[in-house]
Design a protein around this ligand. Structure first.
Ligand SMILES: NC(=O)c1ccc[n+]([C@@H]2O[C@H](COP(=O)([O-])OP(=O)(O)OC[C@H]3O[C@@H](n4cnc5c(N)ncnc54)[C@H](O)[C@@H]3O)[C@@H](O)[C@H]2O)c1
Length: 314
């Protein structure tokens, strides 16, 4: 990959939740997209899932109506790894979050492709140094390219790899930006940036319900009627800027309050059992109301698409 305009073919390895969505991103951007999975209903259905995602984008005005068929014609499916990666300019790996599985596929992918082809893993927490530990054919092109689910709607993503070459990380960064994603780069830490923040929040959400401080519904509303409304526009530093005269004042003013909470009041949930899972599931039921899982997904996707259009002033 010499520059972003040279990406003509991408191979997506794994056609599940993240794979089909990445396939949608690449195909809608005019790239020949080869979807690989082992033989399974997931592989058989992936083109239909991509069609539905493209139709959804068209219905929300995010791509032109006549762009659906055009994009779909670029999607190819295969259960042959060789066919998927042949002449690929970039590879996006999307298999299960399992270290031995990812190690094995990265070894195969690097052995099958020339040294200039970058390979990004969608992994959610693992470090690429561990995934590429056994790679001998130019491991410096192996990186984390972690999306936010679903990447065809939510553009934020993370690029990381302490042993990866600067050139490769910058090339993938430019490529992703050129197709509408919003990448950042970060050092190799477990969970990168987004999941570290998200997991801290989930930790507290579990704690509040476990200790019967409030209901599952109340936790959801604290986010959806509260914090979430501003978080699409201002992150935690922006919130501190606006909660005081400015960020400096905010960090000084709330320091004791925050440190007190972090050191004395914040407790960790270190385990939970089936009864607790059941408590969460029954507590969540009123939030979804009569919506099925599919209806809830569609509603979430519509709201996210419209917020994104608002942010992009469309
Ligand atoms: N789901 C999310 O919210 C999310 C968000 C960001 C990143 N991720 C990461 O993306 C990756 C994929 O997650 P997902 O949610 O799409 O998983 P998934 O279970 O939906 O899909 C994984 C796919 O890999 C295929 N697969 C597994 N082993 C295989 C093998 N040996 N050969 C060929 N195909 C094989 C499965 O058949 C399946 O289609 C994971 O690393 C995950 O952590 C997930």
């Amino acid at each position: 990959m010499k520059n972003k305009n040279k990406i003509k073919k991408v191979a997506v390895i794994g056609c599940g939740f993240i794979g089909y969505s990445w396939g949608t991103v690449f195909a809608r951007n005019g790239i020949d997209t080869y979807m690989y999975n082992r033989k399974s209903p997931t592989l058989d259905n992936v083109k239909d899932r991509i069609r539905e995602a493209l139709e959804f984008l068209a219905s929300e005005g995010m791509i032109p109506q006549n762009g659906v068929q055009e994009a779909l014609s670029r999607v190819h499916t295969t259960d042959s790894l060789q066919e998927a990666v042949k002449d690929a300019d970039y590879i996006q790996e999307c298999l299960w979050e399992d270290l031995p599985l990812k190690q094995d596929i990265f070894k195969k992918l690097t052995d099958l492709t020339p040294p200039h082809v970058p390979i990004g893993s969608s992994c959610s927490g693992l470090k690429i140094s561990d995934i590429a530990a056994d790679v001998t054919n130019h491991p410096e092109r192996c990186i984390v390219a972690h999306p936010t689910n679903p990447p065809h709607l939510i553009p934020f993503m993370e690029i990381s790899g302490d042993k990866a070459s600067r050139e490769i990380k910058d090339q993938v960064f430019d490529f992703m930006e050129s197709i509408g994603q919003k990448p950042i780069q970060c050092k190799e830490v477990y969970g990168y940036v987004l999941n570290r923040i998200q997991l801290s929040l989930i930790q507290e959400a579990l704690y509040l319900v476990k200790e019967d401080v409030c209901s599952v519904e109340a936790v959801e509303r604290a986010l959806t009627d509260g914090l979430g409304l501003r978080w699409a526009f201002t992150g935690p530093y922006g919130v501190e800027e606006l909660n005081s005269a400015n960020l400096k004042d905010g960090l000084e003013k709330y320091k004791d309050y925050m440190i007190e909470f972090f050191t004395k009041e914040q407790h960790k949930v270190t385990d939970y059992d089936e009864a607790f899972i059941e408590k969460c599931v029954s507590g969540f039921a009123p939030v979804m109301g009569s919506k099925t899982h599919e209806e809830y997904t569609l509603w979430r996707d519509q709201m996210v698409a419209r917020t994104r259009m608002l942010k992009e002033n469309k």
